[in-house]
Design a protein around this ligand. Structure first.
Ligand SMILES: C[S@@+](CC[C@H](N)C(=O)[O-])C[C@H]1O[C@@H](n2cnc3c(N)ncnc32)[C@H](O)[C@@H]1O
Length: 464
């Protein structure tokens, strides 16, 4: 017997749509198509949850949420995802009714994972974003949103901080900008650019300034935040999100003496680096402040994401000992304390070179380290588990990577390294959902209601 997870299941989508019409927020938990030998018998298993609000559904659900938004029917809540990877931006946006009209990536292995999740479709363009004419020809109509998670390598130590301009990989950002320009009347009114925190600091901030100016020169008003996946899943993964919006979508101005908007409050979302850019970096358009609540407190524990049973590929004693010996005295002491206490505990380890020697660095804060693309043993995350005095270790599995990225049932295709690579390069799905809930869908709704009422959208996009 072979079990295939088939998503999205058209029959379920219809059911969910029908329920959504009646005001239910629906979460698909489980659906399988079971094939017995060659004779295909199909069995669907649904678990339907009802939530009080879409916010509750977004926070509690792990799968796709079908919300009863009337806007879903308008058909124009469309987006294009550039640098799509395995499609976790799409994974985060689709539940609230966004429809992807074009996706693009140069990596056939990423495409393989994307297709395994979303099914074969013409809209995934396996090609270089820099092929402007070809990409522009494929973008359908005028999408409302374009997302770009461009490669981070040159904005980090891995790429020797070569930067946005000189870095071979990260300079693909300019291909994205050129494409937006080439789209002319089809240029989306909203863009979201995502990258690592090094985006803010690379070449002393010059790279972020260049990126912001280029988007502003295309007519976008900008806001930026840092959102850490740790608000949603037990993983430390801060990411910079730069939003651009057409002038008629700007949030309502709230003048204060000397300021168009009051200065941003100090918050983890807008740390001083971002506030400094907003205060000092002049743009041909300007900065705006999208009103945002504080991100939620995480409820998921690391132990929820990690499999601790005997069936896991635990290392033999020699490998465990080797890594135990690689720990600093302080970490070894802490581990020993947990072993002696007889309690159950899970944590993670990264190997790092410190002062010329390989160290096994343990995290005790209940978070996994930021998932990284597995270029070598030190980029791969190690699980450390203690259960009633027994110390065990092993590599973290792709399924655990998927859980930490908030997409626990994402299909796994290709080699283990390919799977780890796909997830480590991707966005954290509930973080995208949160952004959708508080930034992207409100922008869309504001534009949609303006079309309906002819009103000024700046008065519709106001939040307390
Ligand atoms: C940080 S990853 C984005 C991952 C994606 N957000 C996800 O959730 O899976 C950057 C992606 O850009 C792709 N890429 C690199 N150069 C590219 C280019 N010139 N054109 C299109 N995609 C490119 C890489 O293959 C990689 O998948």
């Amino acid at each position: 017997m072979r079990e295939v997870l088939l998503t999205p299941p058209p029959a379920f989508a219809k059911l969910a749509d029908a329920l959504a019409e009646q005001g239910f927020y629906v979460d698909l938990i489980h659906m399988k198509i079971v094939t017995l030998d060659d004779s295909v018998s199909t069995a669907y298993k649904y678990t339907v949850f009802k939530y009080q609000s879409v916010a509750e559904a977004v926070m509690k659900s792990t799968q796709r949420v079908f919300s009863p938004s009337s806007k879903r029917r308008s058909g124009d809540k469309t987006f294009c995802e550039f640098f799509a990877g395995i499609g976790l931006v799409r994974e985060g946006l689709e539940p609230s009714g966004w429809s992807c009209g074009y996706a693009n990536d140069i990596d056939p292995k990423k495409r393989q994972a994307y297709v395994a999740r979303f099914g074969p479709s013409d809209h995934f363009h396996l090609g270089d974003v820099g092929e402007t004419d070809e990409v522009a020809r494929r973008v359908p109509g005028r999408p409302f949103l374009a997302t770009a998670s461009f490669p981070c390598i040159d904005l980090s130590v891995a790429g020797h901080y070569r930067g946005l301009v000189d870095g071979f990989h990260s300079s693909t950002f300019f291909g994205f900008v050129k494409l937006l320009d080439a789209l002319g009347d089809q240029k989306p009114p909203v863009v979201m650019v995502e990258n690592v925190p090094g985006f803010l600091t690379s070449r002393r901030g010059e790279d972020f300034a260049i990126a912001a100016r280029r988007l502003a020169d295309l007519g976008y008003w900008l806001d930026a935040i840092v959102l850490d996946a740790s608000h949603f899943t037990p993983q430390s993964r801060p990411r910079v999100f730069l939003f651009g919006m057409d002038a008629d979508l700007k949030p309502k101005e709230r003048p204060q003496s000397g300021w168009l908007w009051p200065p941003d409050e100090i918050s983890p979302l807008r740390p001083s680096r971002i506030r400094d850019f907003k205060a000092k970096l002049e743009l041909s358009t300007g900065w705006v402040t999208v009103p945002l609540p504080r991100p939620p407190e995480r409820t998921e524990r690391l132990a929820d994401a990690i499999d601790a049973d005997d069936g896991q590929p635990w290392w033999d004693e020699a490998d465990v000992r080797r890594h135990y010996d690689m720990m600093s005295d302080r970490h070894r002491h802490q581990v020993e304390g947990i072993v002696q206490s007889g309690t159950r505990w899970v944590g993670t380890i990264f190997r790092r070179i410190r002062e010329g020697a390989m160290r096994a660095e343990v995290r005790f804060d209940g978070l996994a380290g930021c998932l990284r693309t597995p270029k070598g043993g030190s980029a791969k995350q190690i699980v450390i588990a203690i259960d009633r005095g027994k110390l065990r270790m092993r590599w973290m599995t792709p399924r655990e990577y998927a859980r930490l990225q908030g997409t626990p049932d994402f299909p796994l295709v290709g080699t283990t390294n390919q799977q780890l690579w796909g997830f480590a390069d991707a966005v954290c799905v509930p973080a995208i959902r949160w952004i959708d809930l508080h930034v992207l869908t409100p922008l869309y709704d504001s534009a949609a209601s303006t079309q309906l009422t002819g009103g000024d959208p700046r008065h519709t996009f106001v939040r307390k």
